[in-house]
Design a protein around this ligand. Structure first.
Ligand code: NAD
Ligand code: TYD
Length: 362
């Protein structure tokens, strides 16, 4: 297959490209990526000279460019997105532009150019929070924040093109991914790299929110299966089946690094913070998929990867990253260098939010 991967310079996309090149020796890949703050060609250094791989710098919302790049591809795998909940609460515009409008541009290209298949990569967050049980693919969407709302908008557009035009489109909705090459703003790489620098780990609210963790390689295997074996118009949940409270996750990371729990700092909760995510994965299991990696072993491997790739993440944790960090966590000037955090997060520095901190550890 000749596959157009969008957003391939990001975390999951770069792992997926490597997975395809290794698993499918006759596939070729075009990676189209805008290279936002989250896009990083270093994630693909080892494959860039592979004759079956090509990179194009561009935006999925650029209809003219997509019409130049997409003719002749057998499939599109759309990973391109603004992907961080906290950033979406600070500033939602780019999320709507890429996650909704960009998805529409790709759908139009699939229609006009008669591309045989498009897999749209989505998230369990479109369902919203669930106290008990697990979401099925037929459940209604109930997103809580601008990120999940824009992903839901993209999903609904994909489904509308299936319903109205029978376009050959499919959706995957996975739970929280972790593994190598994840930008250090998401909780696992942020906490690992903060701990490695002896900086506080800002845990939102009471730390009891639950996420279902999925090793990125397992997600890549599932997406590849959907790409080849999935049915048009269908949605596939992909969950790791490993539910962990944030506090427990944080303690595990600190234990793996041999760092003290005094680094944990409870801070104001994220506005609209979903309590728990959980997915029913019967449908993807019926295609023959199971997560291959046990959570604890995969987490340990991930921690070691960040220990061994300090140059990679230190380059990202500079410049724009600290501007964002200051806005999000209220860290100011000298306090940042000393590792101090405000206990008021979520843009309080800009007058948003304002609820008092729940707990403060010395
Ligand atoms: P990421 O933020 O690491 O990477 C996103 C990539 O998309 C970056 O390379 C960025 O440069 C690129 N991009 C952004 N806007 C673009 C545009 N307009 N045109 C072209 N490229 C653009 O994200 P990720 O964690 O790898 O997530 C990939 C996909 O998987 C997203 O669609 C996300 O919603 C979904 N997802 C992620 C998770 C997770 O835990 N990370 C879980 C479920 C679903
Ligand atoms: P995150 O990695 O941002 O993924 P998502 O919000 O898409 O699930 O966050 C995972 C969990 O970790 C979520 O419950 C929020 C929490 N969290 C913190 O407690 N502190 C942080 O600094 C971050 C980034 C997340």
């Amino acid at each position: 297959m000749k596959i157009l991967v969008t957003g391939g310079a990001g975390f999951i996309g770069s792992n997926f490209i490597r997975y395809l090149l290794e698993r499918h020796p006759h596939d070729s890949i075009i990676n189209l990526d805008k290279l936002t703050y989250a896009g990083n060609l270093e994630n693909l250094r080892d494959v860039e000279s592979n004759p079956r791989y090509a990179f194009i710098h561009g935006d999925i919302a650029d209809a003219k460019l997509i019409r130049e790049v997409a003719p002749g591809v057998d499939a599109i795998a759309n990973f391109a997105a603004e992907s961080h909940v906290d950033r979406s609460i600070l500033d939602a515009g780019s999320f709507i532009q890429t996650d909704v409008y960009g998805t529409f541009v790709l759908l139009e290209a699939v229609r006009e150019l008669r591309i045989p298949r498009m897999v749209h990569i989505s998230t369990d967050e479109v369902y919203g929070s669930i106290e008990t049980g697990a979401f099925r693919e037929i459940d209604p969407l109930n997103p809580s924040n601008p990120y999940s709302a824009s992903k839901a908008g993209g999903d609904l557009m994909v489904l509308a093109y299936w319903k109205t035009r029978r376009l050959p489109v499919l959706i995957t909705r996975s739970s929280n991914n972790f593994g190598p090459f994840q930008y250090p703003e998401k909780v696992i790489p942020l906490f690992i790299t903060n701990a490695l620098s002896d900086l506080p780990l800002p845990l939102y609210g009471d730390g009891r929110n639950v996420r279902d963790w999925l090793y990125v390689q397992d997600n890549c295997a599932a997406i590849d299966l959907v790409l080849r074996m999935g049915q048009d118009g269908e949605i596939y949940n992909i969950g790791g089946g490993t539910e962990v409270e944030n506090l427990e996750l944080t303690r595990e990371i600190l234990a793996l690094l041999g760092k003290p729990e005094s680094l944990i700092q409870f801070v104001t909760d994220r506005p609209g913070h979903d309590r728990r995510y959980a997915l029913d994965c019967e449908k993807i299991r019926a295609l023959g998929w199971r997560p291959a990696r046990a959570f604890d072993a995969a987490l340990e491997e991930t921690v070691r990867w960040y220990q061994e790739h300090e140059t990679w993440w230190r380059r990202l944790k500079s410049g724009e990253f600290w501007d964002y960090y200051r806005r999000q966590y209220g860290v100011k000037g000298e306090a940042e260098r000393a590792g101090g955090l405000s206990t008021q997060v979520g843009g309080q520095g800009e007058g948003v939010g304002g609820t008092p901190p729940l707990t403060k550890r010395p």
